[in-house]
Structure formats: structure tokens, C-alpha cells
Design a protein. Structure first.
Length: 586
């Protein structure tokens, strides 16, 4: 036995599961990815913002230290006694020792009043003497100091504090301790001549201790001077090494650099310029660290998504099972009750979602055909009704017209006989000999004039008519024989009871896309009770007029032709007259 499992038509249940799952999961995945990317970007922005805040805090802490050092330098720079001391030569060694001790004691006392900055202050006087606050001074040679690059730089920059990085101290025996050194030339205020220099040595570790707490794993903090030299860094392998290639790095103009290369690894570079010096604070954040954080976030997102997808799948299966039952029942009922029987094996069960909808579409097609047949039948019925309405000939009209012709013969008014018969023939031809549904308003007015001529023969010219029809309106098509019944009502129910000559005014005008035709007579009018009854029975068939088409029948014809909003409107006042308005669509 061969099994064709993979090529078997999928069931309605499986197709519904796939369709609903894709419909829900597609926007869910899109929303999840959008949220994930947005959150990742926000996290990166937060990391950048937080670390810039860290650099700002480091700037404040370091600036406080630099401010204290500037205070120390300014204290000695403005000391007149110090100028005398550094210029004076002592022949008596004992006196020199006594004065030196006294001055160094004064220096130590002053340093004790500062904010616990652990520094050594060294003074190199014009008298070629060296004075230091260090408890372990080193006998440095003044001649060697004069040959150093930092002394030369200090001598050139008279009015500023100069900063240097020393691998060792020139003035203490702690030669293996890295130093950050501030120097300034001491000048006479009047002559601007130098009488010495002040040197302040600070252990680099003192700075390191101020920022190491804000440096996490995978991060590097460093301070760079205006020459690109690294003054201090949290990377101790660089800080403590002599002649390292990373002791100087390029000065970057941007404060934010992605994929910054440092020691052959990629970092996020953040730069911040000091507020009181030419130093630059730099923080490097390992790209691997950021990627690890994002990986953890991605893993959490995937776990949450899988969890939501799992519970969503269970919900979809439950919902689809409930949907599948009535669809299968519908398919079965369509085959058994509505469609032509199709021969299938007794054990055949086509559960294909496509075939179910194919059966449904066949049913819809048959229903659509049935509806179209009903519409055609209904239209035929309406057309037959319109034709029947137009063909309802009132025998009394013919009887009265023939009597009028007979009276013309008796009264020897033979000149009126031929025109009367001609008008009657034209009216009957339009009504009986294959009448058109629509004629021009000009043709309708012409037939109306024939009818009024006949009625004037009957009433001995008691009817006067006035036409106010727009020239452009005469060419418009209107349903045939819609004015004659209205004029007939005006004659029989308005003017004849008046007992004197009456006037019928027929006018037309346009409102947007509609044509308005008004028939007004100055007859006796309609009493309010009768007018109410007339308006209530507008939708009922009447049997007044040449074709038996009264106001109600005209109203019905217009509704059938143009729809709601179109038809006949009647207004009347007793002893004033009646106005009948017809609204047509152009």
C-alpha cells in the first residue's frame, strides 16, 4: 500500500491554524522586532548618557584637586618673603640650615590646612638652592634640573601652570612611583624677572583612587593632556609600564566614536574636555561588553516571545477547532441540500478548506443568479405596471369630448370641429400607439396645449394658461403625460367650481441637478382636511384624468423612475389656489 502523506490535501483545521497563526504572528514578530530594536537603541543611549555623566563627575572631582593645587601655587607665588628667601645666598651654613628648616616647616604647616592633598612642594631658587616638603628628599642636582625639558618648558610659559607626567620623582627617593607634576615660574611683580620655580609632585595613584570606583570591568578610563600624553589611566598595564606605545594616543575631535580601536580591540569612545584645564577625560567601553549585554537582552526577548507564542498557539488551536466545526457542517449542508449531487466514494470526506469555499462560492453563484432573476422579474413587473397606468383610459373623457364635438355641430360652430378632433387624435396617438416612456418637455407642453384646447371647447373658453418654461429646459427628457393629469385636476376641482374664468400658470426652474415644474391655478383651493387626506393617499392608485393617472399615480411613477426624494408635492389655500410641484432628476 502506498501512502501519499506529504501530498495529501490539508484539512480545514490545519489551513485555519496556518492562516490565523500567520495573521497574528506576523504583526507580533514585527512589533517584537521593533520593540527590541527600540529598546536596544534606548539602552545604548542610556549607556552613553550615563557614562558622560560619569565623565562629568570625574571632571568635577579632578577639578577640585587642580583647584587646590592652583591655590598652593598662588600662595607661594604671592609671597614676598619667599622671593627674598630664594634670592639670598648664605655664607654661614648654620644660618642657612636654620632658615631652610624654618621655611620648610612653614610649607608643611600650610599644606596641612589644605583639603588633605598628599603632595610634595619643591622650590628651586635663583640662589641655586632646592627646598622640599618631602620627608625623604633626594639630593637632586640643580644643574641637571636646568637641563630638563620640563624646566625649559616652564621657563618659557611664565604665567601659566604647566603639567607633566613623570615616571619617577626628581626630588624624592621613591623613584618607582609615577608622578603628576605641576610647575610654575615665580616672577617679580615689578620686573617680571624669575627668582625661581615651584614644583608640586602628586602621586598618580592619588588621581587613580579618585576615579577607579566608576570604572567597571571591560572599561578603560584615562586623562589625556593637550599633547596626547596619557597622564593617568585605569589600565595599569599601561600606566606602570615604561616606554609603552599606549602612553600617547591620538587626540580625537569627536566626543563619541563607535568601534574605536585600542590595543587591537574595539571600544565605544567617549570624550569630555576638562572645565578648568587642557586635559581631556576619556572613557572606553568594550564593544564585547555591550554585545554581551545585548545578547542577554536578546535571550530574554526570545524566551518571552516563545512563551507568548506557545500560549498563543494553544489559544489559536482552541479557537480554530471551534471555527472548524460549523464550517464542516456548512460544507456538508451545501453539498447535500443546495448543490447538484456529486458522486464520491462512500468513505470520501473532503475536508479541504479550499474545497469548502469552492462549494460556498458555487452556492453564492446560484444565489446570485436567483437574485438577478428576481430583479429582472421585479423590473418587468414595474415596467408592466407603468404601462398599465398609462393605458388606463377614462371613458368619461372620451364621452365628454365627443359630446363637445356634437354640441359644435348643433350650434353650427363647424370651424372648431376639425381642430378639436385633431387635438383628440394627437392625445390618443401618444397614449395608445406604442407610447414612449420619455419625451422632451417641449413635446409634453405641446400635448398639454391640445388637451387644454379641448377643455376650452367644452367650458366655453373659461381656462386661461400661462407658460414660463426655460428655453434650456424644453430639451430635457421627462416621463410622458405627467402634466396633463395635474392640469385636469386644476380644471375640474379648481377652476370650474369657481364659476368664472380661471388661470393656470405652468413654470419650470432648476435646483442643482434637479428640474422643478410647478402648476399653479387660482381656483377655489383645497380645504385643509381634504388636503391632508390627499397627502396621505399619495401612494395609492387613483382613477382621475385622461389616463386614470391621478396625482398619486404620477407620484408613484416618479418614485419608480428616480427614487426617494423625487415626486409630487401639493400646497393649497382656500379661495387663493393650489400649487402642484414636480421634482425630476436631470
Amino acid at each position: 500500500m502506498k501512502y501519499n502523506f506529504f501530498f495529501h490535501k490539508p484539512s480545514i483545521l490545519s489551513q485555519l491554524i496556518v492562516i490565523i497563526t500567520l495573521t497574528i504572528l506576523a504583526p507580533l514578530i514585527f512589533l517584537g522586532l521593533t520593540t527590541y530594536n527600540s529598546y536596544t537603541q534606548n539602552m545604548e543611549n542610556t549607556v552613553i548618557s550615563t557614562n558622560f555623566d560619569t565623565l562629568n563627575q570625574a571632571d568635577q572631582n579632578i577639578s577640585n584637586i587642580l583647584g587646590d593645587i592652583s591655590s598652593i601655587i598662588n600662595h607661594y607665588d604671592n609671597n614676598m618673603e619667599l622671593e627674598i628667601f630664594l634670592n639670598q645666598n648664605y655664607d654661614n651654613k648654620l644660618e642657612k640650615l636654620r632658615v631652610t628648616q624654618k621655611f620648610e616647616d612653614h610649607m608643611n604647616i600650610f599644606l596641612a590646612t589644605t583639603n588633605q592633598i598628599y603632595v610634595d612642594v619643591i622650590l628651586v631658587g635663583k640662589n641655586n638652592e632646592i627646598y622640599s616638603t618631602s620627608t625623604d628628599p633626594h639630593n637632586a642636582s640643580v644643574s641637571n634640573i636646568y637641563r630638563t625639558y620640563w624646566y625649559e618648558t616652564t621657563s618659557k610659559n611664565n604665567h601659566v601652570i604647566n603639567w607633566f607626567k613623570f615616571d619617577r620623582s626628581y626630588f624624592t627617593r621613591n623613584e618607582n612611583r609615577h608622578m603628576i607634576v605641576a610647575t610654575k615660574n615665580l616672577l617679580n611683580r615689578t620686573t617680571q624677572e624669575s627668582y625661581g620655580i615651584i614644583i608640586i609632585e602628586i602621586y598618580e595613584k592619588f588621581f587613580y583612587d579618585r576615579y577607579k570606583e566608576v570604572v567597571n570591568e571591560g572599561e578603560v578610563f584615562m586623562i589625556q593632556d593637550s599633547q596626547g600624553n596619557i597622564i593617568t589611566t585605569s589600565d595599569r598595564s599601561v600606566q606602570l609600564a615604561y616606554n609603552s606605545q599606549y602612553r600617547t594616543i591620538k587626540i580625537e575631535s569627536s566626543n563619541l566614536i563607535y568601534n574605536y580601536l585600542y590595543k587591537d580591540e574595539e571600544y565605544l569612545y567617549l570624550g569630555y574636555n576638562s572645565s578648568i584645564s587642557d586635559w581631556r577625560f576619556i572613557k572606553l567601553i568594550s564593544t564585547d561588553k555591550i554585545n554581551r549585554t545585548i545578547s542577554v537582552l536578546r535571550l530574554r526577548f526570545i524566551m518571552i516571545f516563545l512563551g507568548c507564542a506557545f500560549f498563543l498557539a494553544i489559544g489559536i488551536i482552541i479557537i480554530v477547532i471551534d471555527i472548524n466545526k460549523p464550517i464542516k457542517q456548512l460544507t456538508k449542508r451545501i453539498r447535500n441540500n443546495f448543490l447538484h449531487p456529486v458522486s464520491h466514494p462512500s468513505n470520501y470526506e473532503d475536508t479541504s478548506f479550499i474545497n469548502a469555499f469552492t462549494s460556498y462560492e458555487v452556492l453564492i453563484a446560484e444565489v446570485d443568479e436567483t437574485v438577478n432573476q428576481l430583479i429582472r422579474t421585479h423590473n418587468d413587473k414595474l415596467n408592466a405596471e407603468l404601462y398599465a397606468l398609462k393605458m388606463q383610459i377614462n371613458p368619461h373623457f372620451l364621452y365628454n369630448t365627443l359630446n363637445s364635438i356634437k354640441s359644435l355641430v348643433w350650434t353650427n360652430k363647424t370651424e372648431f370641429i376639425e381642430p378639436t378632433i385633431t387635438s383628440l387624435v394627437k392625445l390618443l396617438r401618444q397614449t395608445l400607439q406604442n407610447p414612449r416612456d420619455y419625451i422632451t418637455l417641449a413635446e409634453e407642453i405641446e400635448l398639454l396645449k391640445h388637451y387644454i384646447y379641448i377643455q376650452n371647447i367644452r367650458t366655453d373658453n373659461c381656462i386661461q394658461t400661462e407658460f414660463h418654461i426655460g428655453v434650456d429646459d424644453l430639451t430635457l427628457n421627462v416621463p410622458s403625460l405627467i402634466l396633463q393629469p395635474i392640469v385636469e385636476n386644476a380644471i375640474f376641482h379648481g377652476i370650474e367650481p369657481l364659476g368664472k374664468i380661471g388661470t393656470i400658470n405652468i413654470s419650470s426652474y432648476r435646483q442643482k441637478q434637479d428640474l422643478i415644474i410647478e402648476v399653479f391655478d387660482n381656483g377655489i383651493g383645497i380645504q385643509e382636511e381634504k388636503l391632508g387626506t390627499l397627502l396621505l393617499t399619495m401612494n395609492k392608485k387613483s382613477h382621475h384624468g385622461l389616463n386614470g393617472i391621478g396625482l398619486a399615480n404620477i407620484h408613484q411613477r416618479l418614485l419608480l423612475n428616480y427614487g426617494k426624494g423625487y415626486g409630487v408635492q401639493v400646497n393649497s389655500k382656500v379661495n387663493i389656489g393650489t400649487s402642484v410641484t414636480i421634482r425630476l432628476r436631470i
